[in-house]
Design a protein around this ligand. Structure first.
Ligand code: ZN
Length: 437
C-alpha cells in the first residue's frame, strides 16, 4: 500500500521526487560511511586503549626497577666488604676533596632513571651505581673494530667463545682455573703467531653465575670475542681455542664450551654488548644467551644475587647476603675485562645525554647529596608520569640560593619557614606518599 501511496505522491508532487532522491542519496552516503567510520573509530579507540595500557605497564615496570635499584644500592651500602663501595655516591666530589675540586652538582633525568652527578664514586665493576657507566663505551670499542670485518670491508673472521670451568665452592679455585685456561689459550695462539700462521686480537670478560643453595656455589667463565686475520674452518677454530682450554682445565668437558663464528651484524652488536655487559655487574634483565642455554646453566647472575639479597621477606635472604660478601672479597683484584694490547680504541665516545638537567646550588648541596636516592626517585617519578608540578616545585626550591629567597618563596606559597629542614621534610613527604600510592 505504501508503495502505491508513494507512487501517487510522486505523481502528484513531482518536485518531491527530486527532494527524495536528493535526500535518499545523501542519507545513503551518510549511513554507509558513518558505519565504516564508527567501526574504524572503534578499532582505533581499541588500539589506543591497548597502547595506553601497555604504556602504563611499561611505566609501572620502570618505577619498580627504579625502586629496586635504590634498594640494591642500600644493600650494597650495608653489606659490601669494601668501604669504597659502601660510600659510593654518598659524598660530593667537592666534600671529599675538601672544596679543592669544584664539581657542579646536577640531577640528570632520562627515560630510564634519574641520577645525581658530581658525587664521588667507587668505579667498581661490581657496584650498582658504577657498573653501567662503561658498558656503552666498551661495547662501542668492540663493535667498531669487528663490524668492518663482519661487513666484509676488512679481511679476517670474528669468533665468540665461552670457556667454562667446573663448579666449585671456592672462588679462589675458580679464579685460578679460569686464569690458567686463559693463559693456555693465549700461549697456544701466540705460538702460532710466531710461526707466522695468522695474527689475532681478543677481548675477554669474566662472567659468573651462582647457585647459593648448593655447596658448589660458583661457576666462572670467560666470554671471548676473537678476531683472526684469516678464515679458519670451525674445526680449525676449535683446535686454536677450545683444545688448549680443555687441556689446561681438568674435569671440564667439550660439551660445556661454546664456540661460534659471528657472521651477522645483529649478532655482532648483540655479542659486543653482551661481552661488555658481562664484565662485572650486568644490570637489568639478563638476556638468555646461547652460552648459558647450551650449558643448561640455571644459576643466577650477580645482579640477581644482589636483588635477592635485598628481599627481606625471603627466609634465605641471609644466604644470599653471605654469598654476596664472600664473592666480593674473593673476586677483589681480578680484571673483569681484558683487551689484547693492540685492540684499537674507539674513534668517538658516545656522549651521555639527559632529557632534563636540574642544577643544585651550593645552598642545597649537602641536603640533596644526603637524600640523593629519594630525590632522584621523586623527580624520575614526576618525569615519567607527567607530574611536572613535582619537578616545578623542586626547581623552584632549587632556585632559592639563600634564606631570604626561600622565605619569599614560602610566603608566596602560604608557608612559614621555620627552617630549611622544614621545607625539605615537606618535600620528602612526597617521596613516602608516592611509595605508598
Ligand atoms: Zn660505585
Amino acid at each position: 500500500m505504501r508503495t502505491f501511496r508513494h507512487q501517487k505522491d510522486h505523481l502528484n508532487h513531482p518536485r518531491k521526487i527530486n527532494q527524495l532522491e536528493q535526500y535518499g542519496n545523501s542519507s545513503e552516503s551518510r549511513i554507509v560511511p558513518n558505519l565504516t567510520t564508527s567501526l574504524l573509530l572503534e578499532e582505533i579507540e581499541e588500539e589506543e586503549a591497548k597502547l595506553r595500557i601497555q604504556k602504563q605497564q611499561e611505566k609501572e615496570e620502570k618505577i619498580a626497577l627504579a625502586i629496586q635499584a635504590r634498594k640494591e644500592m642500600a644493600c650494597q651500602r650495608l653489606f659490601s666488604p669494601f668501604k669504597s663501595m659502601r660510600s659510593c655516591g654518598k659524598w660530593t666530589i667537592k666534600q671529599l676533596s675538601l672544596g679543592k675540586v669544584e664539581t657542579p652538582l646536577e640531577i640528570w633525568i632520562d627515560d630510564d632513571d634519574s641520577r645525581l652527578r658530581g658525587m664521588a664514586s667507587c668505579d667498581s665493576a661490581w657496584c650498582r651505581n658504577c657498573a653501567k657507566k662503561r658498558v656503552a663505551e666498551r661495547a662501542l670499542k668492540i663493535s667498531q673494530y669487528i663490524m668492518p670485518i663482519i661487513q666484509g670491508e676488512e679481511s679476517g673472521s670474528v669468533w665468540f667463545y665461552t670457556g667454562t670451568v667446573p663448579r666449585h665452592h671456592d672462588i679462589d679455585h675458580q679464579k685460578l682455573q679460569t686464569r690458567r685456561g686463559a693463559k693456555a689459550v693465549k700461549n697456544a695462539l701466540d705460538y702460532q703467531v710466531k710461526k707466522g700462521r695468522f695474527s689475532y686480537q681478543a677481548v675477554r670478560s669474566l662472567d659468573i653465575t651462582f647457585k647459593p643453595w648448593l655447596e658448589k656455589v660458583y661457576h666462572c667463565h670467560y666470554h671471548w670475542i676473537i678476531v683472526f686475520s684469516d678464515n679458519p674452518s670451525p674445526q680449525e677454530a676449535y683446535k686454536r681455542l677450545v683444545r688448549p682450554w680443555l687441556r689446561a682445565i681438568k674435569g671440564t668437558s667439550s660439551k660445556s664450551q661454546d664456540l661460534q663464528e659471528i657472521i651477522s651484524e645483529d649478532e655482532a652488536h648483540a655479542k659486543s654488548r653482551y661481552v661488555a655487559k658481562k664484565a662485572g655487574l650486568a644490570l637489568g634483565l639478563e638476556i638468555a644467551s646461547s652460552a648459558t642455554t647450551k650449558t643448561g646453566n640455571k644459576g643466577i647472575s650477580f645482579a640477581e644475587l644482589l636483588t635477592l639479597a635485598t628481599d627481606e621477606k625471603r627466609e634465605s635472604v641471609g644466604m644470599y647476603r653471605r654469598v654476596y660478601i664472600e664473592f666480593l672479597e674473593g673476586i677483589k683484584g681480578s680484571n673483569t675485562i681484558t683487551f689484547s694490547r693492540d685492540w684499537p680504541e674507539p674513534e668517538s665516545e658516545e656522549e651521555e645525554a639527559a632529557k632534563l638537567i636540574i642544577s643544585i646550588p651550593e645552598y642545597w648541596e649537602s641536603m640533596v647529596a644526603a637524600s640523593s636516592s629519594e630525590i632522584t626517585f621523586i623527580l624520575y617519578y614526576g618525569y615519567l608520569w607527567n607530574r611536572y608540578d613535582i619537578i616545578r616545585d623542586f626547581e623552584r626550591l632549587m632556585s632559592c640560593e639563600n634564606r631570604e629567597q626561600l622565605e619569599e618563596l614560602a610566603t608566596a606559597a602560604g608557608l612559614t619557614v621555620f627552617s630549611r629542614l622544614f621545607v625539605w621534610q615537606r618535600l620528602m613527604a612526597h617521596y613516602h606518599l608516592i611509595l605508598s600510592e
